[in-house]
Design a protein around this ligand. Sequence first.
Ligand SMILES: Cc1cc2nc3c(=O)[nH]c(=O)nc-3n(C[C@H](O)[C@H](O)[C@H](O)COP(=O)(O)O)c2cc1C
Length: 308
Amino acid sequence: MFTIQEFFGIEKPILQGGMAHVSDHNLAAAVSNAGGLGILASGGYSAEEFRHHIHECRKLTDKPFAVNLALSYPNIEEIIEVALEEKVPFAIAGGGNPAPYFQKLTDAGMTVVPVIGNSKMAKKVVELGAKACIFEGAEAGGHIGALNTMAALPGIVDSVDIPVIAAGGIASGRQILAAEILGAQGVQVGTRFLAANECNVHEKFKDAVIEAQDKDVTVTGYMSHPVRVMKNKMTEKYLPLEKEGGRQKELEELGTGATRRASVEGDVEWGSVMIGQAVGHVTKRESVAEIIDTLFKEYEEAKSSICK
Ligand SMILES: Cc1cc2nc3c(=O)[nH]c(=O)nc-3n(C[C@H](O)[C@H](O)[C@H](O)COP(=O)(O)O)c2cc1C
């Protein structure tokens, strides 16, 4: 039995991962209204844009939602100030070390749930005082760590005595059940929501996600900050350059603004289309409520088929 619902005050044990340039108030509120936990991105927003999304989210839902603190972004200090002023109850801290901010956030009454990549990090966030954490495996879309969800999750669950939420490569009910069997107390899902009606990415981005299959996914930035993305013209050029080493300037030119180029401007050839390995499960545009409904129907079917 998943147990994370009580922790967040939600009905279903599913979090929609914070996604820079993607998970605005429309997506987050739709997920919260459908019984999960919607998570507003902060990455890519100015402090005032971020505040606007919090206000709009509150207009669309009276259910709990969270903000994602993208710790590697240069304006993170300002973003944190806004999150505190707006008294958002939950912060999901991803993409860096939460230690410098943890005490300040919790002293202000916020519950901080860090995203971790291995059991050493899991133990560290427990020492900081985290009451739950999210383990994101390298199957995920976007910035990734080294370990895989399926292989590492049980060990991470055993390494700490707080609830662990599984993320990375979960886009079907069978995978939700697998995460539960491996000891997760809930799941965080990103890629599966990319073609949702309420997701405000460019329509060309949605088409690309719907067409993409498992073999269409690759990783850029292996030498620095690995990012799981869709293969396209940008990766065809980027990957050999990266392998050769050097030519940093050209790599930077290709990478700068690439996420926004894909998700906001719809340039799916030269932008960075961040998707996870389970992208093959995204086959059409549908509402968030339909996606969550399908995931839990599949979960129940899978459970009853193995628990006869
Ligand atoms: C387009 C995209 C953008 C993302 N941006 C962020 C981000 O800003 N902060 C963060 O903590 N995680 C980010 N992630 C990771 C998600 O929050 C989530 O953990 C991940 O998508 C789960 O794996 P899945 O894509 O296989 O479902 C991003 C993922 C995607 C696909």
